[in-house]
Design a binder for this molecule. Structure first.
Ligand code: 0O2
Length: 216
């Protein structure tokens, strides 16, 4: 019994350590970005561990054998990190920076921004494998990284609430409106990014004018 408890604890610990690792990687990107570019592409970061109940639910839903090895291999979102970015271009920038790190293995990329889900859901999902150094071994642990904008996150949080509120039987007019709301959120993202680009050009011109004045 004690052995199973230790095995289970170590199993879950590996995911916690993987989240610590990826959390540190994201924090370094955020801080270095701010220092070098005087710009912060990351609004906020959340990490979460799937609860044992939720893991068991998925095991039964997907007919996964109830063994540690099968769970480890077939459930790839036990450890999850969600990064909320300012603009859509920041999503791809952060994703590339993480994906190009040499100790990270990219398993799968699901681009729900370019190809939104039928309900309108948008986000970039990347399944990664991260090495975790334990006392007597190295484990490669799956982490699901979700990257989205504030508008995508706003939509997803409320859609999640509405979906559960209606006990998974959402009336059709509501699903249509939800999809429309997702389009509106995407439109807002485009507008904010375009505003940001224009302001950046203006800032650049003002900066060059200042430099020219200083040279005169
Ligand atoms: P939680 O509580 O966030 O963990 P999978 O079942 O993961 O093997 P799937 O369904 O293809 O395969 O995974 P996908 O599409 O990558 O989505 C997994 C996660 O994305 C979900 O995790 C949600 O967090 C989020 N997500 C996906 N689709 C939607 C959506 O339509 N609405 C909202 N609000 N979130 C979505 P979990 O495990 O479902 O939940």
């Amino acid at each position: 019994m004690k052995e199973i408890r230790v095995e289970l604890t170590r199993f879950m610990m590996a995911y916690k350590f993987a989240l610590d690792e990826i959390g540190t990687k994201v924090r370094i990107l955020k801080e270095e970005f701010r220092l070098i570019h005087e710009y912060n592409p990351i609004e906020h970061v959340n990490t979460r561990m799937k609860s044992p109940e939720s893991i068991l639910k998925k095991v039964s839903k997907k007919n996964i054998p109830l063994t540690m090895d099968a769970i480890r291999e077939d459930i790839k979102d036990i450890a999850g990190i969600r990064i909320t970015c300012s603009f859509v271009s920041d999503i791809y920038l952060i994703s590339e920076m993480i994906q190009s790190q040499s100790d990270i293995e990219v398993i799968e990329v699901k681009d729900y921004i370019q190809y939104p889900k039928p309900n309108g859901y948008q986000s970039l999902h990347v399944i990664l494998k991260i090495p975790v150094y334990m006392t007597d071994r190295k484990e490669h642990v799956y982490v699901e990284m979700q990257i989205r904008t504030i508008a995508m996150d706003f939509w997803a949080s409320l859609e999640h609430k509405i979906y559960y509120k209606y006990n998974k039987q959402v009336p059709e007019h509501l699903t249509n409106e939800l999809r429309e709301a997702a389009f509106t959120a995407a439109e807002l993202d485009r507008k904010m990014e375009s505003l940001n680009n224009e302001i950046n050009i203006l800032k650049e011109i003002a900066h060059e004018e200042q430099e020219d004045l200083a040279l005169e």
